[in-house]
Design a protein around this ligand. Structure first.
Ligand SMILES: [Fe+2]
Length: 565
């Protein structure tokens, strides 16, 4: 909903001013011509039809206040002009002030409104016929034998019917003169734009609830003021002021006391009304909004358990305010459930894709492995060793800034690609039954650069991920030596310049080569392999990784047994 524009406010102000002027002008014409009508609400009706309740009731109220300044009896009927604005405003809200016939259908409401006015007149004129434009008709009916109150009501009807019909037709005619652009701008003031979308019945309910609270409050204030005035009036009679013997000081005191009673009682009532309004606002609006805000702030996206609890909490709020807040709650509840389902589905799909990726990688690595007929379960075992080494290093408090859960998981699935470059090594060399000569060994050594090349190309095609980056590091540097000596290849990096993943893989790779059988050697016993590895701590291998390795002999032995050739 857009904010009310300055143009709308100017139009609303003009509507109010012109409405009051029309009301006053018609009243003056009626008075000057002795016409037996009121015609004091044409401006009110027109303002309410064009601009809704706010401009309409303002015109009605101010018209009566101005009228009261010249004739205080007008104050008695202050509510009537405002109620006329309410009837016409509500009708216009529902689109029932757009055709002449619609306008006539409002007449019964105005007649109903005139009944309490008749009673008021009856009381104010000491239970006799009121001295107003309906008096001749009322007297005639009364003389016909009808009770005075009945005569008053019927006589008021006789004036009201032509008065309100003429007023409505005049107001309706005024609305036809208003340019479409002004009417369009005024719908924001009238609050009618909301009804153009969605559920008509429920969308206006919050407005209805607020209007009901305000109406009941206003009515209560009017009743209290009337009771105080009437009681004071009766007491003044009992005290008695003989005609012609007025005590001005006493009158001033009585007036002051009357105002004091009125002020005190109305203020007390107002505080009660504010208290109840706060209670209702809290129950119908603020409370439910606060609960929804709290639960939405706690709504967890990352953790399945937390998310389920959030969805449950929001569902259990079960907000039933019977207004837009309830509609908002239902929408939020539905959206949250949909988000939850969406996240679950996405997570399941991501897991499936991840598993598929691992399977593809393992299959790819198996293809490489199957070409190298000497290595068997080498890639599976080295992946397991690497993950164990990483876990142990973290447990020992080493490289904890690098070794996150995510890093170790990535290491486990990237490790199988460490010898991916071997796919480009000719079979004659890769599967040579005997020991390699120097020239052949140089060819084998190129597998690290070939592997890096393949994975860099893969990153360019598929996009660089932590996984491909780590696979590239491992494939490129798993044959580097910690001391940077020429025994390592191919970049001769040293120390921590060698990525941690590659330093871990170096230990896993060499250990597995030592314990595995080759065409030119038997597999070494585990103890011998462990000893050789430990001897190369600080030269070939990262000493921290070797310290972790030393604590893992049993686990490595178990893996060797599990994936025996
Ligand atoms: Fe290798």
């Amino acid at each position: 909903m857009k904010n009310i524009s300055k143009k709308s406010i100017i139009y609303a102000a003009l509507t109010v001013i012109i409405g009051i002027l029309i009301n006053r002008l018609c009243t003056e014409i009626v008075a000057a011509t002795n016409c037996p009508l009121y015609l004091d609400s044409i401006g009110t009706m027109a303002a309410a039809a064009i601009g809704g309740l706010a401009p309409g009731t303002t015109v009605g109220f101010i018209t009566n206040m101005i009228g009261g300044l010249s004739d205080t009896s007008t104050f008695y009927y202050g509510i009537i002009n405002v109620m006329i604005a309410v009837i016409v405003g509500r009708a216009a809200d529902k689109g029932r002030f757009s055709r002449p016939f619609d306008v006539i259908r409002l007449l019964p409401y105005f007649l109903l409104l005139s009944v309490p006015c008749s009673f008021l007149s009856y009381i104010l004129f000491s239970f006799d016929i009121a001295d107003n434009v309906a008096a001749p008709v009322a007297r005639a009916i009364s003389e016909g034998g009808a009770p005075i109150i009945v005569a008053q009501i019927l006589a008021d009807f006789c004036i009201e019917i032509p008065d309100k019909l003429i007023s409505m037709i005049a107001a309706f005619s005024i609305t036809l003169l208003i340019p479409a652009g002004v009417k369009k701008e005024m719908i924001w003031i009238a609050g009618r734009e909301v009804k153009q979308d969605g559920d008509r019945k429920n969308v206006s309910s919050l407005k209805k609830q607020v209007a009901l609270v305000l109406f009941v409050s206003g009515f209560a204030i009017a009743i209290v003021a009337f009771v105080i005035s009437f009681k004071t009036h009766l007491e003044a009679r009992v005290a008695g002021y003989p005609d012609g013997d007025y005590d001005i000081d006493l009158l001033r005191t009585e007036t002051f006391l009357y105002c004091g009673k009125m002020f005190s009682a109305i203020l007390g009532l107002l505080i009660c009304i504010v208290s109840y309004s706060m209670l209702i606002a809290n129950y119908r609006m603020v409370g439910p909004l606060r609960l929804m805000t709290r639960e939405m702030k706690n709504f967890a996206y990352d953790d399945e358990k937390g998310r389920d609890q959030s969805v449950k909490n929001i569902d259990e709020l079960n907000i039933q305010t019977g207004n837009e807040i309830e509609i908002l709650y239902r929408s939020i509840n539905k959206t949250v459930k949909q988000i939850d389902e969406y996240i679950d589905t996405t997570t399941r799909q991501a897991k499936t894709i991840s598993e598929l990726n691992v399977n593809i990688i393992t299959t790819l690595a198996d293809i490489v492995e199957s070409r190298d007929k000497t290595t068997g379960y080498h890639v599976k075992r080295t992946a397991e060793y690497s993950a164990l080494l990483a876990d142990k290093l973290r447990e020992r408090g080493k490289y904890t800034d690098i070794l996150t859960d995510e890093y170790i998981n990535t290491l486990r699935i990237a490790a199988p690609l460490h010898d991916i470059g071997k796919i480009k090594i000719p079979d004659a060399i890769l599967n040579k039954p005997g020991k390699l000569n120097d020239e052949e060994y140089e060819v084998i050594k190129t597998h690290v650069d070939l592997g890096r090349e393949m994975l860099v190309n893969a990153a360019e095609t598929l996009g660089s991920t932590a996984y491909i980056q780590m696979a590239t590091d491992i494939a490129s540097y798993h044959h580097e030596w910690w001391d940077g000596s020429d025994k390592g290849y191919s970049k001769h990096l040293s120390g921590t310049d060698i990525p941690l993943s590659a330093r871990i893989m170096a230990v896993a790779d060499v250990f597995d080569a030592l314990v595995s059988r080759r065409p030119y050697k038997e597999g070494y016993p585990i103890e011998k392999a462990v000893r050789i590895i430990k001897e190369e701590s600080g030269t070939h291998f990262d000493p921290e990784v070797i310290d972790a390795f030393s604590e893992l002999t049993d686990d490595f032995t178990e893996i060797v047994r599990k994936y025996r050739e």
